[in-house]
Write a protein that binds this ligand. Structure first.
Ligand code: NAD
Length: 329
């Protein structure tokens, strides 16, 4: 059994070396290769959300911010809820600055009262809540606004394999990703049911909610929990005309992923072998693209906004891989 495992690992490593040594990725004639046509970061659909209200958790920065900006350009009144006060206010101000409608609500999705306050603000200011993008999430138990440090204090809060993982790491990640998503979803659904106008929710999960990943068990478990919530809520709220789906991306260029790069680098320097991001790191897109790229936050914002819009009226309970083919193989 042990020999079989070692042989499989050796084969995997040999395959990786061979595949990665090809300058252009997959074995296709250079003259025939083409990158995926990219969505422009300025693209939007005018008036798609005129008169609609969208709550976006974690909208201060990263892909939540891109979703907030684009939703506002498309006519929505946007409520940004985040525990990063300065960045959250800045994002809302910049939306109001170009003539969009946005307000910022400071809050932690781990707290029921904060989630309910954000929903109440949406209703107070815009009259109703039509959609929600539950995007706030963490990769570790370090506060999102803290500068990256890899020392004995912060390491306790960071990803590690189960036997090295601390309670603080596990509880911190679960408290935001699993429990916080539950509490924000509950507050949103309460309002939508009361309104009797239907609605749509997109939960931002991850490839880690569809498959295992090396070195970050709490993240994987919490994102599976989130996808379980989506499946179960889609059933329970279908009679109310509320659609609930999740998007599941691989590497997307945001502050979270920048921290992840630094963390993996620090782990390597510390000699931690089987760390986060080992074994498999590439989506089909990253493998084949001439720049070996991940996805851009505006591409993910586009997926989220499509799913809440009426264009996706036949979609509910779906765990959608917006991952450039990461989970395809
Ligand atoms: N970037 C990636 O490669 C990637 C891949 C898969 C999934 N995701 C998921 O996408 C979502 C957005 O991540 P991102 O990459 O834009 O990261 P990010 O760190 O740039 O943005 C996340 C936002 O959520 C906020 N937030 C976190 N916990 C919160 C809490 N308890 N209460 C209120 N706000 C909170 C942060 O302050 C931040 O503004 C997350 O759920 C993340 O797990 C990201």
């Amino acid at each position: 059994m042990k020999t079989k495992l070692i042989l499989s690992l050796a084969l995997l490593c040999a395959f990786r070396t061979a595949a990665f040594s090809q300058e252009t990725g997959a074995p296709v004639e250079a003259s025939k290769r083409h990158d995926v046509n990219r969505l422009s970061k300025d693209y939007y659909i005018p008036h798609r959300f005129d008169g609609r209200t969208i709550l976006i958790t974690g909208g201060a920065r990263g892909m939540g911010k891109w979703a907030a900006v684009r939703a506002a350009k498309e006519g929505a009144g946007v409520v940004i809820m985040d525990w990063l006060e300065d960045e959250g206010r800045h994002t809302a101000d910049s939306i109001n600055g170009f003539g969009g409608k946005a307000l910022f609500v400071y809050g932690n999705i781990q707290k029921d009262e904060d989630c309910r306050r954000a929903v109440a603000e949406a209703v107070r200011v815009y009259g109703q809540l039509d959609y929600a993008i539950l995007n706030a999430g963490v990769m570790d138990a370090v506060y999102s606004g803290a500068p990256f440090r890899y020392d004995s204090t912060t390491r306790r809060l960071m990803p590690a394999i189960i036997t090295d993982a601390t309670d603080e790491y596990w509880e911190g990640v679960m408290a935001t990703n699993a429990t916080g998503t539950f509490k924000s979803l509950r507050a949103v659904l309460d309002q939508m049911v009361e309104q009797r106008k239907g609605g749509a929710v997109v939960v931002v999960s991850s490839i880690a909610g569809m498959t295992g990943l090396a070195g970050n068990p709490a993240y994987v478990a919490s994102k599976h929990a989130v996808n379980g919530l989506v499946r179960s809520a889609a059933i329970d709220y279908a009679p109310y005309g509320i659609r609930i789906n999740s998007v599941n991306m691989a590497q997307t260029y945001t502050p979270m992923v920048e921290t992840a790069y630094r963390f993996v680098e620090a782990q390597k320097k510390a000699g931690i072998g089987f760390g986060m991001g080992d074994i498999k790191t590439m989506s089909l897109m990253a493998y084949c693209d001439s720049q070996h790229r991940g996805s851009y936050p505006w591409e993910q914002a586009s997926n989220m906004l499509y799913l809440i819009s009426d264009e996706a009226s036949a979609l509910t309970g779906s765990i959608i891989a917006t991952d450039g083919g990461w989970t395809d193989y």
